[in-house]
Design a protein around this ligand. Sequence first.
Ligand code: TRP
Ligand code: SF4
Length: 327
Amino acid sequence: MSPRKRILSGIQPSGAIHIGNYFGAIENWVRLMDDYECFFTIVDLHAITISYDPKLLQRRVWDAVLDNMAAGLGPKKCTLFIQSHVPEHTELCWLLNCVTPLGELNRMTQFKEKSEQERENVTAGLLNYPILQAADILIYRADAVPVGEDQAQHLELTREIARRFNGRFGGYFPEPATLVGRGARILGIDGAAKMSKSLGNAIGVTEDPDAIWEKLRPAKTDEARKRRHDPGEPDRCNIYSYHKLATPEAERAEIARGCRGATIGCIDCKKIFHRNLMAVLDPVRERRQALARDPEAVREALRQGAERARRVARETLDGAKKLMGLL
Ligand code: TRP
Ligand code: SF4
C-alpha cells in the first residue's frame, strides 16, 4: 500500500466556530480525511502576533478545540494539536528565517493589512508570521494545504522558501500544493458583510437552537417581498443562499418556486432552513457538550495529537539541521 498523501492546515483560534467556518472549511476537511493523512493545528503562536489578552486567548483556544473536535476533527481520524505544544515548529521557523528574503515579507498583503490595524504595535513576530506558517507546513512535508483564497499568497511564499532551502542545501522539502476548497463564502445574517464573529453577524455552530431562530426570524430577505403575496427572487435573498448549505436540492427547488409564486412566506421558508440546519448541527452540539463535560479526555487527546505530530516534526527538523551544517 502506498502511503497516503499528507495535508496540513492551520486553524486560527478565534473561538467558537460559525456556520461559515463549518460549511466553508471543516466539512471539506472531514471529506479529505478519507483520502489523506491529515494534520490540523490550532495556531496559537500566530494569534499572539497582534495585540491580545492572555486570558481571552486561553478561552478561545479551548473553544476552538472543542468546536473543531465536535465538528469532526476527532483524534481517531486526524492529528489535531495545538501549535505551541510542538516546539519544533518554532525551531524550524528560525532556520527558515535564514533563507527568507526580507523583501518578500514586506510584500505580504496580510502583513500590510494587519500592520495598519496594529499601528503602534507592529512586531517582528507579525512580519515573520508567514515564515512560521511555512514551518507549520514544511515540517510535515505536507503535499497539500486546504485553505481559503486569502491564503494563496502565504502558500506561494511557502513554496518559495522551500525552493530556496532546497537550492541552497539540497532537495529536501516538497513544494506543497494549495487546495482551495468549495469556498462557500457566506454572508452574515445582516446580509451585508462576510460572516464573522467579530462583526456580530455570525450563527454559531454550537449555539442554542432557539437563539439561532431568534437571529433568523428578523433577518433580511428579498426586499421585493414586502407583503406575503409579493413574489420574490431567491437569488437576491441571503436566506436562500443559506439553504444551499443544508437543504437538499429538490426541496430547494420547491422553495424557489414558492418564493417566485408567493405561495410560501419568508417565515415558513426560514423555518424550513432552521429545521434542516439543526439536523446537521444537533449532533455537533451534542458532541460538544459531551466533550465539555470531560476536559481531561480532551487534554489527553491533545497530548496524543502533539506527540504524534512531534514524532514527524522532530525527524524533519533533524534532517534540515544536518543539511544546514549544524552539528
Ligand atoms: N494564516 C492562516 C490564516 O490566517 C492560518 C495558518 C497558520 C495556516 N498556519 C497555517 C493555514 C498553515 C494553513 C497552513 O487562516
Ligand atoms: Fe428568501 Fe425564502 Fe423569503 Fe424567498 S421565501 S425571499 S427565499 S426567505
